[in-house]
Design a protein. Structure first.
Length: 176
């Protein structure tokens, strides 16, 4: 294993654990000295990986966010409930979009990740600035949801399904 492969393997180990990994543990794992691990960590930091040291070892301060497009449908009165459901379970609503038969994909960026963001969004909608994008496609629309894990995304999907908001995706929709 060369140095680049070892650094990638160290990064993978750090990504897959919430526990600190000591330099000694890593050195034994890769059959190198602790000083080689210290140098590898320095090179990974130089490559913009947020690795920090604790008295028990190294931790990666990067959460690999996961995104998924969900197809949903609800009334105007249920918008706030839908958005709060997503953010309460740890998700972020990155956007809303529809597929219009004439105009194609129409998208609005949202970046809603808290109840405060939901409240601000709802104030904008209620102010009459514009109507929800879903209204041009008989209520169905799509959101790209970002979460810190597949488990969080699954919880969000289940909650939206229980509320009757989640719709199945057609094959052609998955290709876009």
């Amino acid at each position: 294993m060369n140095g680049e492969q070892r650094r990638q393997a160290i990064l993978t180990q750090l990504q897959n654990t919430a526990q600190p990994l000591s330099g000694i543990q890593l050195a034994k794992c890769f059959q190198v000295s602790r000083q080689v691990i210290v140098q590898d960590i320095a090179l990974l930091r130089a490559a913009n990986h947020d690795i920090f040291s604790t008295n028990r070892g190294y931790l990666l301060n990067e959460r690999p966010d996961i995104t998924k497009v969900l197809k949903v449908s609800h009334t105007d009165e249920q918008i706030e409930e839908e958005l709060n459901t997503i953010v309460d379970l740890g998700g972020e609503v990155l956007d809303v979009f529809v597929y219009h038969r004439v105009y194609g994909k129409i998208q609005g960026l949202l970046s809603i990740h808290s109840r405060r963001n939901v409240k601000e969004f709802m104030q904008d909608i209620h102010s009459g600035k514009s109507s929800p994008l879903k209204n041009i496609t008989s209520n169905y629309h799509y959101h790209t949801i970002k979460a810190d894990s597949a488990e969080t995304l699954h919880l969000i999907e289940q909650a939206l399904k229980e509320k009757g908001f989640l719709l199945p995706m057609d094959d052609w929709e998955m290709e876009h």
